[in-house]
Design a protein around this ligand. Structure first.
Ligand SMILES: CC(C)(COP(=O)(O)OP(=O)(O)OC[C@H]1O[C@@H](n2cnc3c(N)ncnc32)[C@H](O)[C@@H]1OP(=O)(O)O)[C@@H](O)C(=O)NCCC(=O)NCCS
Length: 147
């Protein structure tokens, strides 16, 4: 494998900010949210690194009292997509989330991500109409890991 996946830290703030702006031009997180995801206790935060550069990031937020975790943010830089980095990030994050279910929300129009999630066992459990700032709908997806 030509990329590695390792924990991200606050030292990755600038790289994460760049990645978020590129991956989510309409919904990029605020600086506060990025600092939070890199520092809040219990959050799983992983980066994929190629040639010393952060090229992908995922964060999983466990909510054991609710029985599920949230995939909070997940992106790979455009030049590094379709190489399996996204799927590997998702696998590695899921491995570290011990809740019986994992949830995420995704733009209804984001067919590529939805295809990946379906392949990975996520099912649509709800549609949130006009969830995003621009009025787009969100799909709420869930993966159950109960045997
Ligand atoms: C979604 C995203 C993280 C996938 O990252 P990636 O590294 O390209 O993912 P992978 O290479 O592991 O691809 C996994 C699967 O996703 C689907 N997929 C990803 N990009 C696709 C594309 N351009 N066209 C069709 N299917 C695609 C395919 O099913 C693919 O499997 P395959 O290559 O075996 O056909 C990346 O496209 C991205 O950052 N998008 C912008 C941000 C985003 O949408 N994040 C998710 C929001 S919830």
């Amino acid at each position: 494998m030509l990329f590695k996946i390792i924990p991200a830290t606050l030292r990755d703030l600038n790289a994460l900010r760049t990645l978020e702006d590129i991956c989510f031009p309409e919904d990029a997180w605020s600086l506060f949210d990025l600092v939070a995801v890199l520092t809040f206790p219990g959050v799983i935060r992983l980066k994929s690194v190629k040639n010393g550069k952060m090229v992908g990031f995922i964060a999983g937020d466990p909510r054991p009292s609710q029985g599920f975790s949230w995939i909070a943010t997940f992106g790979v830089l455009p030049d590094y997509r379709r190489q399996g980095i996204g799927r590997e990030l998702l696998h590695r994050c899921e491995e570290q989330l011990s809740t019986p279910r994992v949830r995420l929300s995704v733009r209804l129009s984001n067919k590529n991500a939805i295809q990946l999630y379906r392949q990975e066992g996520y099912q649509t459990i709800d549609i949130w109409e006009k969830y995003y700032k621009d009025g787009s709908d969100a799909v709420l997806m869930e993966k159950s890991r109960i045997e």
